[in-house]
Design a binder for this molecule. Structure first.
Ligand SMILES: [Zn+2]
Length: 222
């Protein structure tokens, strides 16, 4: 009996705990879809073998151990300088970052975050409407399940620039012109994935959108 207990303890000790933090602190507009997003990310995380830790405490960026950091619709200034530096070190050392929706509407004063990590700053949006999303990269983990075009309802962002040095995954076109809506990139040894959708609660119960996010998380983890 005793040797089996010892074997179990040894095996348990070998299991590496993988953590995914969902950060949704808001200092500006607060999306009422955040709780829906957390529920979806709990499910995605468990399917990918992660323990999911939702938090709105920015010091957790320093205090927690994690493999993937998801910024779920945070807004405006949410990190102090020490937390900013920690996030940058985490990604550059090989960590995975996923930004959803208003992740481009926060940390405007943190140049590396805007210029390098998410790659663009939110500019404006118009009313929620259906749009044909173009699948620009069809063989990516976050897009390979989608039919082209992917018609869905959301709040569609325009950005202050076209992000550079990225792989454009999704794009949209309307009266405000053509622009990428989701993209990904390597950042030193780490990876960053951003998707502009996810304003609405319904997004997080749409299997195609949830699979898109799941693929993004899977991609930044590799
Ligand atoms: Zn929004």
């Amino acid at each position: 009996m005793g040797k089996y207990v010892i074997l179990f303890v040894l095996l348990a000790g070998c299991t590496t705990q993988k953590n995914l933090v969902v950060f949704s602190k808001t200092s500006g507009y607060r999306h009422d879809s955040i709780p829906n997003g957390i529920v979806a990310l709990q499910k995605i995380g468990s399917e990918l073998g992660y323990t999911v830790i939702p938090t709105e405490t920015s010091s957790d960026i320093i205090d927690l151990e994690y493999d993937v950091m998801v910024f779920l619709s945070p807004t405006r200034d949410v990190l102090n300088e020490e937390e900013q530096e920690h996030l940058r070190n985490f990604v550059e050392a090989g960590g995975g970052f996923v930004g959803i929706h208003s992740a481009t509407n926060c940390e405007y004063e943190f140049d590396w975050y805007i210029d390098t990590l998410v790659g663009a700053k939110f500019d404006f949006h118009r009313a929620i409407k259906p749009l044909d999303v173009q699948i620009v990269t069809t063989d990516h983990l976050s897009t390979s399940h989608l039919c082209n075009p992917w018609t869905r309802i959301d709040e569609w962002y325009s950005f202050d620039r076209t992000p550079e040095h990225v792989t454009v995954l999704l794009a949209i076109e309307d009266d405000d012109g053509w622009r990428p809506s989701s993209w990904c990139k390597d950042v030193e040894k780490g990876r960053s994935f951003y998707t502009g959708g996810g304003h609405t609660k319904e997004s997080y119960s749409d299997p195609d959108f949830v699979q898109h996010i799941k693929g993004g998380i899977d991609w930044v983890s590799r």
